[in-house]
Design a protein around this ligand. Structure first.
Ligand code: KG4
Ligand code: ZN
Length: 408
């Protein structure tokens, strides 16, 4: 029996189109990225200040085939046989206009890598959570490929992908683990008893952290996605002034923002009020004077302090009130690209004797590698659903935009 598992994975839950091939060696327990293609739609959505689901869907449809073929070309070519003509079923792509056109074009090329059965064991695809029109594109494509190559399909939870993203190049995860997931769509505290056993113990009641960053950026006339821009302005102040001097500058303009739910004796979070507080603060300042660069930097700094303090207070509460002592803290999701938050969370973790795990930078924001990693974990621990093209579940398989980690 072969000692490696090779996964082709597809991610289309939001505004990144990702395809990757990841290999796992059961003997050495090492993961290796054979190919990784990612296309970000940020430039397209920038113009509109956020992600438009139907536009995201169209872009995924336009990009997937090219990303896939570039990945397939990275595969070792031994033992590959041609696909059976009867397995080319374009009906599986019926709801995807752009994708159908691209696949048809590709199939007209007799040298297309699509027409050779690749050296992979499974096709993993994000089934949710995310934007359903966007999820449909990846799922339809995965079904088409599964039928074409007669390879089993693995439906994967995007948030489990974020948790698993720390596996690449990291130490082993030890349980019980606490996971803090901070992205553009989610803010969740998850109690991870073991792989596949997730219990969401806290989450935002309204906006996600990344969403709050993006909305604050919009209020301050910055482009999308605003997270890195807001973070950059706050960091610029930190690099230039002492914290005590920054405080004096904030006092001059009465810049003070709330720390939402910091004292609520639970693990719930809320960021919508914080965003509204920024809106009112800007309105009040504008009544008296121009919104200068200095004031914008100070607001970004105050906003980021608020986010950091709130997240830390919830970690402390989870740590104090949990049934057991957590061995690891995993922090994942796009917002972990933020250096200030990452350093604060890591410092707290070390101080409390909890091993801190975060993804490598290129795996922090959405990507397909993390979907393959979650698939491997699900296979190794025998809980991931394995669907063959001949199974009844294959036809019924549909995205779940709200798929919770609790129901894996
Ligand atoms: O995980 P992700 O790529 O997509 C979702 O699944 O949502 O996260 C994207 C989010 C965006 O809201 C973006 O503004 C935020 O992550 N983000 C940041 C930073 N880099 C990305 N937020 C704060 N600071 C950053 N450096
Ligand atoms: Zn994500």
């Amino acid at each position: 029996m072969t000692s490696t598992i090779r996964i082709l994975s597809i991610e289309t839950s939001c505004d990144e189109t990702g395809v990757s091939i990841v290999e796992y060696d059961k003997n050495t327990q090492e993961y290796k990225i054979i190919a990784d293609s990612l296309n970000s739609q940020i430039e397209i959505h920038k113009e509109f200040g956020g992600v438009f689901p139907m536009m995201a869907k169209r872009e995924h449809g336009n990009n997937l085939t090219g990303l896939l073929t570039s990945c397939l070309r990275m595969l070792p070519s031994s033992d590959m046989s041609s696909v059976e003509a009867e397995n080319i079923n374009l009906e599986l792509l019926t709801r995807e206009k752009e994708l159908t056109e691209k696949v048809k074009d590709e199939l007209e090329n007799t040298n297309s890598p699509l027409l050779t059965i690749p050296n992979i064991d499974y096709i993993a695809v994000t089934r949710g959570p995310g934007l359903e029109p966007a999820l449909w594109v990846g799922l339809s494509f995965a079904k088409f490929l599964s039928q074409l190559w007669q390879k089993p399909l693995l439906p994967i939870n995007h948030m489990e992908g974020h948790i698993s993203s720390v596996l690449m190049g990291a130490d082993k995860v030890e349980f019980p683990t606490l996971a803090l997931l901070i992205s553009g769509g989610h803010t969740e505290l998850v109690d991870v008893e073991s792989w596949g056993s997730y219990n969401i113990i806290g989450k935002t009641r309204d906006d996600a952290v990344g969403e709050a960053y993006d909305k604050v950026a919009r209020i301050l006339d910055m482009s999308y996605p605003g997270g890195p821009l807001v973070a950059g302005k706050a960091q610029k102040l930190r690099d230039t002034f002492l914290e005590s001097d920054i405080q004096i500058m904030k006092d001059t303009y009465s810049i003070k923002l709330p720390r939402p739910m910091i004292h609520s004796q639970d693990l719930d979070l809320s960021f919508s009020g914080l965003k509204t507080a920024v809106l009112y603060l800007v309105r009040d300042i504008k009544k008296k004077q121009d919104l200068t660069e200095e004031i914008i930097d100070l607001i970004c700094h105050e906003f980021e302090n608020s986010v950091s303090e709130v997240l830390l207070s919830k970690l402390k509460f989870a740590h104090k009130s949990g049934n057991y002592k957590y061995k690891n803290l995993i922090v994942a999701g796009g917002v972990i690209a933020n250096q200030f938050l990452r350093e604060n969370l890591e410092a707290w973790s070390i101080l409390n004797g909890i091993h801190f795990l975060k993804p490598e930078k290129f795996l922090a924001t959405d990507n397909a590698v993390m979907i393959a990693l979650a698939a491997i974990v699900g296979l190794n621990n025998e809980y991931v659903q394995i669907i063959n093209p001949s199974d009844k579940e294959f036809t019924e398989l549909a995205p779940d935009g709200d798929w919770s980690l609790n129901t894996i």
